[in-house]
Design a protein around this ligand. Structure first.
Ligand SMILES: O=C(O)CCC(=O)C(=O)O
Length: 288
């Protein structure tokens, strides 16, 4: 296990530092999630977290699943991420995110949908194990949405050639759907996580900047989107080098980040969502 400080000399913004470890090292780690949540470090990469990534990618690429895919950023030039499942995040077609009812419907059907996609390879048990390992061996599981219904644990995401995720942060607890996030969960920040199941041949790099969403006067374009050219020119940054099977968790509630345009001929395929800790620090809870 290593902690890599990112060289941000001469650059604006907050410091950046990343953990890197292998799945085999997970059992012996202290509370990495708390370190990220409390801004002592920025992110973690667990190499080889999902050894069956290629088999999952084969399932996701199955043409018979075409009816499951949605395009929540439809009409956004260069930003048309495709997803299976619903995410608690603003999108180009739903700026206020999904309603409580829309999300609840997706949460109720999540298990059956992902059984259709992955069959016996459905990875939620493995994801619980990985997050527990990053949480000092404490409990980890999907947050509770309503009664016994959990939030959807993850969405499946495909970023095709030429597409990107524009610069943003993810502190979106103001969305209506977060009325259903249990009060015991800490809302001071939010972590994003994803597992790469198919790396693109080029591009598609998660890039995290030293700028926080709460910083005054962030560089903005007249369109009210963040000015990525200014971020690149002025701020410290870290671009993750990810292979199929790697898990990333990072402080997306604070840090502005983006995914660079995918190049080459195959999509970048990931499973991912969000996460927080309870205020008592007894467990990690995640959702899409
Ligand atoms: O890399 C991904 O799939 C998503 C990264 C991201 O923008 C996020 O998780 O907030």
């Amino acid at each position: 296990m290593q902690i890599q400080p990112v060289d941000t000399a001469g650059r604006e913004g907050h410091p950046l530092s990343m953990y890197e470890l292998t799945a085999a090292e997970l059992a012996t780690q202290p509370e990495i999630l708390a370190d990220l949540f409390e801004a002592r470090h920025t992110g973690v990469v667990v190499r080889g977290a999902l050894p069956q990534a290629q088999a999952l990618a084969d399932r996701i690429n199955d043409a018979g699943l075409a009816d499951l895919w949605a395009s929540p950023n439809r009409g956004m030039p260069g930003g048309e991420l495709k997803v299976i499942g619903e995410a608690a995040t603003p999108t180009f077609t739903k700026m206020q995110g999904p309603s409580v009812e829309q999300y609840g419907e997706a949460a109720r059907t999540h298990r059956a949908t992902m059984a259709r996609v992955f069959g016996e390879l459905e990875p939620t048990a493995r994801i619980n194990h990985l997050f527990s390992g990053l949480n000092g061996g404490r409990a980890a599981g999907p947050a509770q949405f309503d009664g016994h219904l959990p939030w959807s644990p993850y969405t499946v995401r495909a970023l095709g050639p030429g597409q990107q995720i524009y610069s943003h942060h993810d502190l979106h607890y103001w969305l209506a759907v977060y009325q259903r996030l249990p009060q015991a969960l800490d809302r001071t920040s939010l972590l994003s996580w994803f597992i790469t199941v198919q790396a693109p041949t080029g591009g598609g790099e998660l890039t995290v900047y030293g700028l926080w969403g709460s910083d005054p006067n962030p560089p903005m374009l007249p369109t009210r989107f963040l000015d990525t050219q200014a971020l690149e020119a002025r701020f410290g940054k870290h671009a993750f080098d990810l292979r199929a099977g790697d898990l990333v968790v990072f402080d997306s509630g604070r840090h502005v980040h983006r995914v660079t345009p995918v190049t080459g001929d195959r999509p970048r395929l990931t499973l991912g969502g969000f996460m927080t800790l309870d205020t008592a620090r007894t467990r990690a809870a995640y959702w899409s």
